[in-house]
Design a protein around this ligand. Structure first.
Ligand SMILES: Cc1cc2nc3c(=O)[nH]c(=O)nc-3n(C[C@H](O)[C@H](O)[C@H](O)COP(=O)(O)O)c2cc1C
Length: 168
């Protein structure tokens, strides 16, 4: 396996399809301690003159602790055929299980962020902005009602895209 760096604008595929339908992994931490989880809500584009990604992380997620305590995080798209791993990473918490073992994924570290040999590509992000999204800021009250019947609100993290690597 080798890595090929590409420009963020060279990323193929439709962003909405990549995140909402195919799902991605959001990961943070270092080689001695890291965690990852499945995400299907997210945005990619540009802000503050930088290519950027926005991820939305609920309060309860173990991964949130790793994002909060590290400068960098990664967004990873796995190759086809790993839906089961994505389901496990998206339904069990790293607090309760050994996610690497249970998903069968093979971790590797790129520029200090977690990724996997099974990745199609890895986006290395540097946190630029984080904001808790409180109920009173919702203009669309129905959206709030639908998304938060049990609370567990999101924090949004805007990350500057530092690098994009394809796994070859
Ligand atoms: C398809 C799918 C998409 C998900 N998207 C998100 C998301 O965008 N934000 C979020 O906070 N949780 C999302 N989750 C839930 C987390 O992945 C899940 O709660 C996970 O077990 C958290 O793991 P952790 O506690 O180890 O961080 C999603 C789950 C699935 C299956």
């Amino acid at each position: 396996m080798s890595l090929k760096e590409i420009n963020p604008t060279e990323l193929g595929g439709n962003v909405i399809d990549e995140i909402s339908n195919k799902w991605m992994l959001l990961a943070a931490g270092n080689e001695s301690k890291f965690n990852f989880m499945t995400v299907s809500w997210g945005m990619m584009g540009e802000i503050w003159f930088e290519p950027a990604i926005t991820a939305y992380v609920r309060e309860s997620r173990y991964t949130k602790e790793f994002i909060d305590s590290n400068e960098l995080f990664s967004m990873i798209s796995l190759k086809d055929g790993y839906k089961k791993a994505l389901q496990i990473a998206g339904s069990k918490s790293g607090r309760d299980i050994d996610k690497v073992k249970e998903t069968g994924l093979t971790p590797l570290f790129i520029d200090g962020v977690p990724s996997f040999e099974e990745a199609a590509y890895t986006i290395v992000c540097k946190k630029m902005y984080a904001d808790f999204m409180p109920q009173e800021n919702f203009i669309d009250k129905q959206a709030f009602k639908k998304a938060y019947p049990e609370g567990n609100l999101h924090t949004m993290y805007i990350g500057k895209i530092l690098k994009v690597y394809l796994n070859k």
